[in-house]
Design a protein around this ligand. Structure first.
Ligand code: ADP
Length: 400
């Protein structure tokens, strides 16, 4: 069974075609700048590449590019489109409605669209992607939606409620939802596998550290708390997002500067975090390079990031009543061994002990344990694979 995995944004659409017989990726690519001018990239697992500027006015035209590339004589990986048995879509916000992945129906599309006020940048784009997919592939190819929020739906009320008047929860569904759920789900399951234990018997803290970052506390395979909130702005400091702060900071700056809610939104989401503190870049690599050459604000940004990670791990160890394993994943988590080293050394009080040499070598897609045999907590680096979770869910739902 071959499954096409789609991650549709407002102006981009990433795809991967996965052969489920061995879960290998046959081809992947990205339609960029949809509705602007259009750029298309496609690579196959055996190294064939196609890249070009192509006008894509909308998502349907983007799907035409994907479709043509998949069956192309030179860069194609299948003979006929009928080889695509099903399509799995990533959807950011499933609200309190979607606690699991499900088959796409008109009712499901409408519900995803209805959740747009909670994810105005993402859900409308996903709906465009799903509709365009139906246009191009037809109604007979089953489609499945997999939500970033679903894995977090087991959080107890105490963790997901905000202490604002209850009526805003009732009126607008204001609560913590959490994101990156597919990634936390993948790495926590993989962690249990690597430990050779049943996830039901484990307390795991997963740290997804990328441009966007979140940390999750998982007890017996169920999320009990996660750092992102109503939106992906909460939690630890990120590339351009603040992470948690005293809400008064928002009203104070807005009043002083005369900013509108939309302007404040841009400031908090696009101009803060690593970029805002260092003034150098939102990218961890650039900030680390600047710190090494003596830039104090860049060093401050790094110290703050590591401090935030440490604080969340500490508080989640308290929430879980102990911790068996800590997992690092995503761009920063998988590659920046110095952050892992600095954080883990400060977790000695929990019995964490890592092998610095092994840690330094665990980069660029390597998977493995970085803690020593004496460590009371196992620490892993596990490259995330959200696409495989989407493909697995899609196959399971279609087969059922
Ligand atoms: P996104 O959240 O957009 O998926 P990623 O998970 O790719 O982002 O993470 C991006 C971050 O990871 C950047 O800050 C970048 O510096 C860091 N990163 C990515 N690849 C590497 C690498 N090979 N070495 C060091 N840092 C990396």
């Amino acid at each position: 069974m071959k499954i096409l995995v789609i991650n549709a944004g407002s102006s981009s659409m990433k795809y991967q075609l996965i052969d489920m017989t061995d879960e290998s990726t046959l081809a992947k690519g990205n339609c960029e700048r949809i509705g602007i001018d259009g750029h298309f990239k496609h690579t196959t697992s055996d190294g064939r590449k196609y890249e070009a500027d192509v006008t894509m006015d909308n998502h349907t035209q983007a799907f035409m590019q994907i479709k043509n590339a998949l069956v192309d004589e030179k860069v194609g990986v299948i003979k006929d489109l009928s080889e695509v048995s099903a399509i799995g879509h990533r959807v950011v916000q499933g609200g309190s409605i979607f606690k699991k992945s499900c088959l796409v129906t008109e009712d499901v599309i409408e519900k995803i669209e209805g959740l747009s006020p909670l994810a105005p940048l993402h859900n409308p784009a996903h709906v465009q992607g799903i509709r365009a997919c139906i246009d191009v592939f037809g109604k007979d190819v089953p489609e499945v939606v997999v939500f970033d929020t679903s894995f977090h739906s087991t959080m107890p009320e105490t963790a997901y409620m905000y202490a604002v008047p209850y009526e805003y929860y009732e009126k607008y569904a204001v609560r913590r939802y959490g994101f990156h759920g597919t990634s936390h789900r993948y790495v926590s399951a993989r962690c249990a596998e690597l430990m050779g234990k049943d996830i039901k018997d484990l307390k795991i803290i997963t740290c997804h550290l990328g441009n966007g970052s979140s940390i999750t506390a998982i007890d017996g395979g169920k999320v009990v708390d996660t750092s992102m909130g109503l939106t992906p702005l909460d939690g630890i400091m990120m590339g351009t997002r603040t992470g948690c702060l005293d809400p008064s900071v928002v009203t104070f700056i807005a009043e002083k500067e005369g900013f509108t809610p939309a302007e404040m939104d841009t400031l908090l989401n696009k101009k803060s975090g690593f970029l805002g503190i260092s003034g150098v870049s939102s990218d961890d690599r650039d900030v680390c390079a600047a710190a090494e050459s003596g830039n104090k604000r860049a060093q401050l940004a790094i110290d703050m990031l590591e401090y935030h990670i440490l604080k969340y791990i500490g508080s989640y160890a308290a929430v879980l009543g102990g911790v068996d394993a800590i997992v690092f994943t995503a761009g920063i988590g998988e590659n920046q061994s110095s952050h892992r080293e600095n954080v883990c050394h400060k977790l000695a009080y929990l019995g964490v002990e890592i092998n610095d040499e092994v840690n330094a070598g665990m980069i660029r897609g390597a998977e493995g344990k970085i803690s020593t045999e004496n460590s009371k907590v196992d620490v892993f680096v596990i490259p995330t694979n959200e696409e495989i979770v989407i493909a697995r869910d899609t196959m399971a739902i279609v087969n059922a």
